[in-house]
Design a protein. Structure first.
Length: 406
C-alpha cells in the first residue's frame, strides 16, 4: 500500500502527509497490491457486515484496529424507478440516492475515511474549501473526531441548507470574496504552510478511497454490473473514485465486466465536457462558472485528469446539460418517484434523457444515476423556480372549488 503520482508514477509512503507529487505537482492516488486485498479480505468476515462504507474495510487504507470516525455512512438505497424509466423511454433505471447519507450527500463516504486518516496522522485541524456539501460533511465528522475545523466558501455562492450544517457542527466558516477555485487555492496554501492543518478536499487521495465504496455497493445491490453509471461532475473526484472501485472489484474477480461511465456537468461550468467534446487531452478552466447547480459550480476541477481517464478507459463520455434541463429532471424525479434531490443530483437524469433521445443509451440498457445530495440542501431553488402554494380562505367551499370538487 502506497501513494503514487498519476503522471510520473513517483511513489510515497502511505503515511506521508502529502497532496501533490513533489516531482511534477500532479495528484496522487492510493495503490495496493491485489495480494494485500486478498489477504485482508480472507481474514475478515466483511461480507457479514451491514452495507456501509466500513463493510469494505479490507479495501481501505488502514491497518486492522485503526480508529474509525463514522456516522453510519454508506448503505444508501438503490431505487428501481419504473415510472421514471417509462417517462424517459428506458427499460430500467436506478437512482443511487446518496442524499440518504448522514449529512445528506455522498461526501460522507470520503469524509469518514479522510477524517479517520487525519486522526491517525495526529493533526489538530482539518480544512476545506467548499460549494456546500463538503463543508457540512467535514464539520460533522471533525466534530465526531474532536478536531478543530475550518471551512472556506465563495461569498454568496453556497446554499443555506448546506452552510447551516457546517455552522451548527462548529466549523469556523470564512466567506471568500471570490469563487470556489480561489478558495481552494487558499486552503491548499494554508495546508502547505502549517503541518498541523490537514486538507480534506478531493485532492486528498484518502477521500476518494471512501467514495469508491459506492461502486462496491451498486454491484452488490444489483447482483451484477449495469451498462452505464452516470455521475454529476464538479471537482471531478467522485467519478474517478467510482471508476477506481470498479476496477479494483474486477481485479479481485468480484465482477466480470465494467460499465461505461458518464460524467455530467452544468453548461455554465463544463470544462471537462467541453474538452471531451473537442477530443482534447487538456481542459480549459472557466474563470467565472455559473449554474443553478451550486454543488458543481466549479470552473477549475482539480481531479480533471482522473475524470477524463475514467471516462476514456470505460469507453464512456462527458456531457453537459442546461439549467432548464436540470430543473426539469429534478421535478420529474420528485413527482414520478418521490426522490427529492438538489439540482446537481438531477444532472444524471437530465443527461440520460438526452443520451436516450440521441441513441447513445439504448432503450434496453440498464442505467444507474448517482444522485449526490438531498433536495433540502438547496431549498431556495424550490421557492424560486417551482410553483408556489395556493392560498384559500378558511372555508370548505373555497377548498372544494380550488380542488375542482364543486
Amino acid at each position: 500500500m502506497k501513494l503514487k503520482c498519476i503522471s510520473c508514477s513517483r511513489e510515497y509512503p502511505i503515511d506521508e502527509m502529502i497532496y501533490y507529487c513533489k516531482s511534477c505537482n500532479d495528484l496522487l492516488e492510493v495503490v495496493y497490491d491485489t495480494s494485500e486485498f486478498e489477504k485482508k479480505a480472507s481474514s475478515s468476515d466483511w461480507r457479514r457486515l451491514p452495507l456501509s462504507v466500513w463493510r469494505y474495510h479490507p479495501f481501505l487504507p488502514f491497518k486492522d484496529g485503526a480508529t474509525r470516525i463514522a456516522l453510519n455512512e454508506g448503505g444508501t438505497g438503490l431505487h428501481k424507478c419504473e415510472r421514471l424509466a417509462a417517462f424517459l423511454g428506458l427499460k430500467t433505471i436506478h437512482i443511487k440516492n446518496e442524499g440518504e447519507n448522514p449529512t445528506g450527500s455522498f461526501k460522507d463516504r470520503g469524509m469518514t475515511v479522510g477524517v479517520s486518516k487525519a486522526l491517525e496522522l495526529g493533526v489538530s485541524w482539518v480544512i476545506c474549501a467548499s460549494t456546500g456539501n463538503t463543508s457540512a460533511s467535514l464539520a460533522a465528522y471533525a466534530a465526531r473526531a474532536g478536531l478543530k475545523r475550518i471551512v472556506l466558501i465563495p461569498s454568496g455562492k453556497v446554499a443555506y441548507g448546506k452552510l447551516a450544517q457546517a455552522m451548527m457542527c462548529g466549523a469556523q466558516v470564512v466567506q471568500v470574496k471570490g469563487n470556489f477555485d480561489e478558495a481552494l487555492e487558499m486552503v491548499m496554501d494554508l495546508a502547505e504552510r502549517y503541518k498541523d492543518v490537514y486538507l480534506l478536499n478531493s485532492v486528498n487521495p484518502f477521500r476518494l478511497e471512501g467514495q469508491k465504496t459506492l461502486a462496491f455497493e451498486v454491484c452488490e445491490q444489483l447482483g451484477h454490473v449495469p451498462d452505464w453509471i452516470v455521475v454529476p461532475v464538479g471537482n471531478a473526484g467522485n467519478i474517478s473514485a467510482i471508476w477506481k472501485g470498479l476496477q479494483e472489484s474486477k481485479s479481485l474477480g468480484y465482477i466480470s465486466k465494467l460499465p461505461r461511465m458518464v460524467g455530467v456537468q452544468a453548461a455554465g461550468a463544463a470544462p471537462i465536457a467541453e474538452a471531451f467534446e473537442k477530443g482534447s487531452s487538456e481542459i480549459k478552466f472557466i474563470e467565472k462558472p455559473e449554474t443553478i447547480a451550486t454543488a458543481i459550480r466549479i470552473g477549475a476541477p482539480q481531479s480533471w485528469k482522473k475524470a477524463l481517464k475514467a471516462i476514456h478507459e470505460s469507453n464512456g463520455l462527458a456531457t453537459k446539460v442546461t439549467d432548464e434541463e436540470i430543473l426539469s429532471a429534478q421535478g420529474s424525479m420528485a413527482k414520478l418517484e418521490g426522490i427529492f434531490v438538489e439540482p446537481a443530483s438531477a444532472t444524471p437524469v437530465a443527461a440520460a434523457k438526452n443520451l436516450i433521445r440521441n441513441g447513445t443509451i439504448k432503450k434496453d440498457d440498464e442505467v444507474v444515476c448517482v444522485a449526490t445530495g438531498h433536495g433540502l440542501k438547496d431549498p431556495d431553488v424550490i421557492t424560486k423556480f417551482f410553483e408556489k402554494p395556493i392560498e384559500v380562505e378558511a372555508d370548505i367551499k373555497a377548498l372544494e372549488h380550488i380542488l375542482g370538487l364543486s
